[in-house]
Design a protein around this ligand. Structure first.
Ligand code: PLP
Length: 441
């Protein structure tokens, strides 16, 4: 009740925006990340590790726009390059721009398994392209994904494909036919994956296996460290392409992404988020020369190649921002610094959980920090059923969400926190003092 009182007293501007939004926007928010109890915060300023709302409240920003800002929010040197570009040619012309080439070359240099890169408008589009390229390249139709993985919101690989145990569709508006060629295996179930690959041999084989290399939902369900290498072997054995969805991990886990981190080379890599340096229209697909040749073709080859498009794909604004952000991240060592901040945050949260003997669990992989507060005491991260045993998303989550905001903390749904280079020790320690106050209550 106190936290609700804080909202009523200090967030009148956000409340007014939310009331108007509810009238004109379905559900009152344009983006799930903005969902908040008792109402969304209207944020007007962002800088490094902080956000400010329209009422002047400052928050520690562990949302980091959902992941693309490893340098911290609204990083000045990248903003300046974007401003120069805008003054010169505006955000988009539809013609070739040198920034596209420089960005593709940088990605080629950093990512072990990427020789050629095609920029697209979002991670979702990158995944759609990967499905198409894999089918075109292999001449096969079936694709396999891992249960609980988020690969964007396209029909074929939508999140929460099936309600566990029922086999029925969870997603409204997607006809069962759209999922006819999509198959799912539980996280970490490599025997199940092998069985499926064997069974598919009878029905034309498998085009691709899609994985989030840190585990489904950015590692919400953790996987064993060597799972990726073993999936690589299985793909080789059955002639399926291995697709790494690196929308979150590329450049966040390191400049070589998860493929550098785990030392495993996928056939195709999907990009999003960081690839446009925290600016809009962030997506793409990369791979070796041969597999990427499926996307080749001049004016006369249209219709022969696998088609991808997008009016705003590879616009100069996204490419300038992406190029300069990646170059800065490499120069400053941002992924490593963000990762150290993630370690410090996780260690601090773990100490608080222990001190107050709370049924919570926290873990991280670099700058991707997970915090589950819905009742998971004594559950091993290696438990194959970890994901299903997380407690239900109860009213408590709404209470926690209010508590975090009132203490000046913004997270992803109270359960995931991204750190950035701007999360210095002092910043993390101040944030931990705020978590302390929430957990103490
Ligand atoms: N793949 C993963 C692993 C993601 O986390 C996301 C978005 O969060 C996507 C794909 C979809 O990317 P976008 O939101 O740019 O469409």
């Amino acid at each position: 009740a106190d936290y609700r009182a804080w909202f009523e007293k200090h967030t009148a501007g956000s409340r007014a925006s939310a009331a108007e939004a509810a009238r004109y926007i379905p559900g009152g928010v344009q983006h799930n990340l903005a969902l908040n109890e008792p109402w969304p915060l209207d944020v007007v300023r962002a800088e490094g590790p902080y956000l400010w709302d329209v009422d002047g409240n400052r928050y520690h920003d562990f949302l980091q726009a959902g992941g693309p800002t490893v340098l911290g929010s609204n990083y000045g040197p990248v903003r300046e390059k974007v401003a120069e570009l805008l003054a010169e040619c505006g955000p988009v012309t539809g013609m070739l721009h040198s920034s596209e080439v420089r960005l593709a070359r940088l990605i080629h240099d950093f990512m072990p398994a990427v020789s050629r890169f095609r920029m697209l408008g979002s991670g979702t589009e990158g995944v759609m392209a990967a499905v198409r390229v894999a089918r075109a390249y292999t001449g096969r139709a079936h694709v396999i994904k891992v249960g609980g993985a988020y690969h964007g919101w396209s029909d074929q690989v939508v999140f929460g494909l099936r309600i566990p145990g029922t086999g029925s569709l969870e997603a409204t508006g997607i006809p069962a036919g759209a999922l006819r060629l999509t198959q799912e295996v539980p996280p970490g179930d490599l025997d199940g994956l092998r069985e499926l690959l064997v069974a598919n041999e009878e029905i034309g084989g498998t085009a691709a296996v899609f994985v989030e290399p840190v585990g489904p939902e950015s590692g919400t369900h953790p996987v064993r460290h060597d799972d990726n290498a073993r999936i690589r072997e299985l793909c080789d054995e059955f002639g399926a392409l291995l697709v790494f969805d690196e929308v979150v991990t590329a450049f966040r886990l390191g400049m070589g992404g998860a493929q550098g981190y785990f030392g495993v080379r996928p056939d195709l890599t999907v990009f999003g988020k960081c690839v446009a340096g925290g600016y809009p229209a962030a997506g793409g697909i990369g791979g070796g020369d041969e597999v990427m040749s499926v996307l080749e073709g001049g004016l006369t080859a249209v219709g022969k190649r696998a088609f991808v498009g997008g009016t705003l794909s590879a616009n100069p604004l996204s490419c300038v921002a992406g190029y300069h952000a990646l170059a800065e991240m490499d120069r400053t060592g941002a992924p490593g610094l963000a990762g150290r901040a993630g370690d410090r945050l996780r260690a601090g949260l773990a100490a608080l959980i222990e001190r107050y003997e709370l049924p919570y669990v926290t873990y991280n992989i670099g700058s991707i920090v997970h915090l589950h507060t819905s009742g998971v005491l004594h559950l091993s991260l290696q438990d194959p059923d970890f994901f299903n045993q997380l407690g239900p998303r109860t009213e408590m989550l709404g209470q926690m969400s209010m508590a975090y905001s009132a203490e000046g903390l913004v997270t992803i749904a109270g359960s995931r926190l991204y750190t950035s280079m701007a999360h210095t020790d002092d910043v993390v320690d101040d944030a931990l003092a705020r978590f302390d106050r929430v957990f103490a209550r």
